[in-house]
Design a binder for this molecule. Structure first.
Ligand SMILES: Nc1nc2c(ncn2[C@@H]2O[C@H](COP(=O)(O)OP(=O)(O)OP(=O)(O)O)[C@@H](O)[C@H]2O)c(=O)[nH]1
Ligand SMILES: [Mg+2]
Length: 359
């Protein structure tokens, strides 16, 4: 019989949490028609056996993967092997309280394509994290927001607790890695509307965390791969190309003004004019080339031009500051100091303009 709700839960050595989890899910969801599909990576502590021992009493089952490991791929396996029209994804360690599931389902039933349990909307929170973990978590979100504009409408794209309509997602489009399955799903799926539900990320109840430094590196690689797949990497390269054209414009205008414009004695003024002209040509090229698909989303043309101008002027100041620090204070070779300044100013210009100018 097909089920209307499938709850997909990846597990790896979560035996201690299974009994309260299964009971609390049932209490939260009954009398709805649901199934729980656990995807266990051959845990040695008897997680799968315990799950299957409940299958007479509750609609639960365990898929055991013997040759593969990884949270993201486990979740996809569970989505593919389940039947519900609505999928809920959550962790097994009770950090995601099952009592929040009905609120997620209410959203999906009301027509939302994907509902995310968020720690960062009003009313949400985190029980027991130290400062370092909080900073890493926030930093990871800021990075995703900056580099992947499609995630900006979600306050917690790193959440592992969400529900969505199966038809909005073609799992063949996913290329999962690491831990951040929601990020992957958000980018690959067709979600017209997104809702968030606040929840408090509880302390882990039993068992051990599988999150480690390797996962943080995986995350950065995942971000890069998503940037490539969404065209954001190409966008960045276009931006750099435009920046390079600006160097040509800058040199050309400076040359014209000082050689033929009667400004040989006023080279500083000529420089300022050359910089301003190159900022304007860069703006026009970015407007109609790099960010042409995002022109309508921000303010008017003139406001965008002003924002671009201010951000790039600050970028130039940053470049000069870095050069001064490295060359004059730290004694780094001058061309290397300049190059480092250029790289950082380019990143500054890109990130801020993508964030504020072409939203
Ligand atoms: N199938 C499978 N599940 C995994 C794997 N790694 C983690 N999980 C499960 O994914 C869920 C989240 O893992 P956690 O280690 O709790 O990660 P976390 O919640 O980000 O970290 P903590 O807050 O430290 O617990 C849990 O249900 C784990 O059992 C894996 O390689 N395979
Ligand atoms: Mg956990």
């Amino acid at each position: 019989m097909s089920k209307s709700i499938s709850i997909v839960i990846p597990t790896y050595n979560e035996r201690e949490n299974i009994t309260p989890l299964v009971e609390r899910i049932d209490r939260a969801l009954a009398p709805r028609d649901y199934e729980v599909v656990f995807v266990d990576d051959n845990s040695k502590d008897g997680t799968a056996e315990l799950i299957n021992s409940f299958s007479g009493k509750y609609p639960v089952r365990a898929i055991v993967r013997k040759d593969e490991r990884g949270l993201a791929t486990a979740v996809i396996r569970g989505i593919e092997d389940s039947q519900g029209d609505t999928i809920v994804v959550m962790d097994a360690d009770l950090q995601h309280p099952p009592e929040v599931i009905p609120a997620l389902l209410d959203k999906t039933e009301a027509g939302t394509d994907i509902a995310i349990a968020s720690r960062y909307v009003k009313g949400g929170g985190i029980k027991e994290w130290g400062l370092v973990r909080k900073i890493i978590s926030r930093g990871a979100i800021v990075l995703a927001h900056l580099l992947l504009p499609a995630t900006r409408k979600v306050t917690d794209p790193m959440s592992g607790f969400f529900s969505f309509r199966r038809k909005a997602l073609d799992t063949r489009k996913l290329s999962p890695r690491g831990y951040k399955i929601l990020l992957e799903i958000l980018i690959a799926g067709k979600f017209e509307n997104v809702a968030e539900v606040p929840f408090t990320f509880e302390s882990r109840r039993g068992g051990e965390s599988k999150l480690n430094a390797k996962q943080q590196i995986e995350y950065l690689k995942h971000l890069f791969s998503l940037m490539r797949r969404t065209g954001e990497l190409i966008r960045f390269l276009k931006f750099c190309l435009v920046g390079l054209s600006g160097v040509g414009v800058n040199l050309g205008v400076f040359w014209l003004l000082t050689r033929f414009g009667g400004m040989a004695e006023e080279d500083f003024l000529a420089l300022v004019i050359a910089i301003e002209v190159s900022i304007i040509t860069n703006f026009i090229l970015n407007e109609f080339f790099t960010f042409r698909d995002r022109r309508s989303s921000g303010a008017s043309f003139i406001v965008r031009l002003l924002k671009f101008n201010v951000i790039c002027a600050a970028g130039a100041a940053i470049q000069a500051g870095i050069y001064g620090l490295l060359f004059h204070v730290a004694g780094v070779y001058d061309l290397v100091s300049d190059l480092i300044g250029i790289v950082i100013a380019t990143l500054w210009n890109y990130v801020l303009n993508s964030w504020l100018t072409w939203k």
